[in-house]
Design a binder for this molecule. Structure first.
Ligand code: KG4
Ligand code: ZN
Length: 338
């Protein structure tokens, strides 16, 4: 089955062609980083307008890359939520309209299900069941995954998402948007152990996260220091270590609680090298394995939407012709497909 995937939930336009027999045929991404940089964060209206400008040219590009004609498409998947309403509507309107014009089914995909299934695009995909750590700009979730759609939330952030904490802390340290990768880069220059910030909520049972106190601890420390590059790097280092260690402690707990050995890590913060290295150690220590999407599919992309859409379309699910999106959409409201 040949599926076209379209992702427009936030500040990246991502499109892909996925064939259930041949795998990923082509994908393309346009990032809006430069557009939003001068505002220090995503401006929703600018995001929507840019998706309008970029989606169709990107679609033409992947059809050319893959040497595929539109009449070969057997289903269309677009991100239905969660995300920015205007941005979602652009992808949903384009996806739904193309599906209608081509006479094929369409499906609205949950963005976090896309992230969660992204490691399935790799050569050695994880088998069900597994624990998934989903850490992006809008969500931090630990999920027990039994099947596609069979999700039980083990823990989630009670305030800022992990990526949001990275972005806000980076902004307060005077780093450019998007803050997460910039802060991680700066942290490499930091002296380990110079500052130690709390590991929030690790002294209580359960797998919930809280990152906003950590952001405050980092900023209060920074404001008392001379604003030198080394001091800034040292604060960044301590912040990153605290976030990473907190996530590792919660992942260990989730594996212990469920008795599972496979851990999937996905979402933008899953691109963080320190997190990847520490979770690898955790998996080895427990005799298990950790699975990641390739780096470019940790952050938003069309490939994960095409793949997740295929799993649901192949199971006979399809959206009706209404263009509807869900800016808020709990992951555990999805139906299981196998
Ligand atoms: O999944 P994603 O691309 O978009 C959302 O669905 O939110 O995640 C973006 C988030 C941003 O908060 C970004 O700062 C963070 O992922 N991020 C990182 C790194 N790369 C991206 N955070 C820490 N370290 C990184 N290397
Ligand atoms: Zn995302």
């Amino acid at each position: 089955m040949l599926i076209l995937g379209i992702e427009t939930s936030c500040d990246e336009t991502g499109v892909a062609l996925y064939d259930s027999k041949r795998g990923l045929l082509a994908h393309a991404l346009h990032t809006q980083i430069q557009l939003h940089a001068e505002y220090g964060g995503v401006v929703p209206e600018l995001a929507s307008r840019d998706h309008v400008r970029k989606t169709l040219p990107l679609l033409r590009e992947i059809f050319r890359q893959a040497g595929v004609e539109p009449d070969g498409i057997e289903g269309v998947a677009y991100t239905r939520g969660p995300g920015l309403i205007g941005a979602l509507l652009v992808g949903a309107a384009i996806g739904r309209s193309l599906a209608w014009a081509w006479g094929v089914p369409a499906i609205g995909v949950h963005h976090m299900e896309g992230h969660l299934l992204a490691p399935m695009l790799e050569a050695e995909p994880p088998e069900f069941p597994f624990v998934a750590l989903l850490v992006s700009g809008g969500h931090s979730l630990l999920v027990r995954v039994e099947s596609v759609g069979g999700y039980r939330i083990l823990g989630e952030s009670i305030d800022d998402a992990a990526g949001e904490a990275f972005d806000k802390t980076a902004k307060l340290l005077g780093l450019p948007y998007p803050g997460g990768p910039a802060l991680a880069k700066l942290a490499q220059e930091g002296i380990p152990g110079r500052f130690k910030f709390p590991r929030p909520m690790t002294d209580r049972p359960g797998c919930d996260f809280s990152f906003s106190g950590l952001k405050t601890a980092a900023i209060n420390t920074w404001r008392k220091l001379e604003p030198t590059p080394q001091n800034r790097a040292d604060v960044a280092r301590a912040f990153e270590e605290a976030v990473v260690e907190t996530m590792v402690i919660k992942c260990r707990r989730a594996l212990e609680e469920t008795g599972l050995t496979r851990l999937v890590v996905a979402g933008g913060v899953g691109a963080n090298q320190r997190l990847r290295a520490r979770l690898l150690e955790l998996a080895e220590e427990r005799g298990g394995r950790v699975y990641y999407p390739r780096l470019e599919f940790c952050t938003d992309n069309g490939a994960m939407i095409a793949y997740a859409g295929w799993r649901r379309l192949a199971a006979g699910q399809a959206a009706d012709t209404a263009i509807d999106v869900l800016p808020r959409w709990p992951l555990d409201h999805l139906s299981a497909v196998d």
